[in-house]
Structure formats: structure tokens, C-alpha cells
Design a protein around this ligand. Structure first.
Ligand code: SF4
Ligand code: SF4
Length: 69
């Protein structure tokens, strides 16, 4: 079964720089001007953590979801 991930953006920490969106290889995230990123395709996330590792504000986290039984 494919692993599933939840991507969480901490609105209060995010500086809306768009780095996480640019580095996501699966286009999970999208960003509009003056907004924090939106998680538009959560099912595409592969858990690579590039967004988390590149974020200068530690404002985005990737959580592995529990598998449904
Ligand atoms: S963990 Fe990887 S695939 Fe998932 S949102 Fe972050 S950069 Fe994109
Ligand atoms: S890289 Fe971090 S600070 Fe920049 S838009 Fe993404 S979550 Fe916000």
C-alpha cells in the first residue's frame, strides 16, 4: 500500500517565500501572492521532506499518516 503523508504549514511562521513550492518534485504545493502555500495535491506527496529541509523558517512539516486497517 502506498504511504500517505500529511503536509502542514504553520501559518504564523511562514514568510510566504515560495521555496517549498519550488522544490517540491510532485507539485503538492501551490502558492498565491501574499499567501502561505496551499496543499493542493496531498495524495501526490512522496514524503521526501525537501519542503521541510529547504524552508528557512521551519514552517512546513510532513507527517506520515497511519495506514487504515
Ligand atoms: S515531502 Fe516532498 S513531495 Fe511532499 S510536499 Fe514536501 S517536497 Fe513535496
Ligand atoms: S519555504 Fe517555508 S516560509 Fe517559505 S513559503 Fe514554504 S513554508 Fe513558507
Amino acid at each position: 500500500m502506498k504511504k500517505q503523508y500529511e503536509v502542514v504549514v504553520k501559518q504564523d511562521r511562514c514568510k510566504r517565500c515560495g521555496i517549498c513550492v519550488a522544490f517540491c518534485p510532485k507539485n503538492v504545493l501551490d502558492i498565491k501572492i501574499n499567501s502561505a502555500p496551499e496543499v493542493v495535491k496531498p495524495e501526490e506527496c512522496i514524503g521526501c521532506n525537501f519542503c521541510y529541509l529547504r524552508c528557512p523558517e521551519i514552517a512546513i512539516f510532513v507527517l506520515e499518516k497511519e495506514e487504515a486497517i
